[in-house]
Design a protein around this ligand. Structure first.
Ligand SMILES: Cc1cc2nc3c(=O)[nH]c(=O)nc-3n(C[C@H](O)[C@H](O)[C@H](O)COP(=O)(O)O)c2cc1C
Length: 193
């Protein structure tokens, strides 16, 4: 495709960057949580690619204090759904990824690392993964409401890690709802709160 004239003076590279930028915005705007999934399986390559995107997210000191457990097993998904107070879409989703903070790997940063940075490392990874999945026709939902000890037990998370979130995903069987956001005016403070 030929770049529109307005990009000609900045060259093909800048055009490619611009196009990619548009795709990013579309992906961010288009994503919604999805909680109903088709039974179609998700292949390993797609799961690996989603995890590769997760792995590219920023992390404190690039310590990458996050680990992921990929769950497809029906019994394990059932146990995770029970740990999550019966949120049944965790059982019916083809894939669930248990996203964990690694308290050992973030050790260099002491208490702040363990209580804050590693959680942010995981969150950034989840968002990358969610956007990648959406961009590739899959739907996902980020689940934070679960009994940590039960989830730990279900997938054998060691004591130096903490299950922080579950991400259930698959091919969507529902059209996601675009939920309202607060206005920028009500959340953005310029220069000072
Ligand atoms: C930290 C966190 C915890 C969440 N926990 C749950 C959950 O336990 N169950 C659920 O159905 N959705 C959960 N969600 C998804 C939110 O409900 C959802 O992102 C929010 O309503 C906005 O909708 P959207 O994702 O469609 O834009 C969670 C999201 C985040 C970021």
């Amino acid at each position: 495709m030929k770049p529109p004239t307005k990009y000609l003076e900045v060259g093909a590279h800048a055009y490619a960057e611009q196009v990619r930028g548009v795709e990013t915005v579309e992906c961010i705007e288009g994503r919604t949580s999805v909680r109903e999934f088709r039974a179609d399986p998700v292949d390993d390559e797609t799961v690996r690619e989603a995890l590769r995107m997760a792995n590219l997210a920023p992390s404190a000191g690039n310590l990458q204090a996050r680990d992921f457990i990929v769950v497809r097993n029906a019994h394990t998904k059932k146990a995770l759904a029970q740990a999550a107070y019966g949120q049944d879409f965790i059982r019916t989703a083809p894939v669930v990824i248990v996203c964990c903070a690694n308290l050992e790997r973030i050790g260099h940063y002491g208490a702040r690392g363990r209580s804050l940075y590693c959680l942010q490392d995981v969150a950034a990874a989840i968002q990358n993964m969610s956007l990648y999945l959406h961009g590739n026709g899959l739907g996902s939902v980020w689940v934070g409401a679960f009994d940590e000890e039960k989830a730990r037990e279900a997938v054998g998370v060691p004591s130096h890690a903490r299950p922080v979130a579950l991400v259930s995903f698959g091919y969507p069987a529902e059209k996601g709802v675009h939920r309202r956001r607060l206005s920028l005016d009500s959340i953005v403070h310029w220069e000072k709160w």
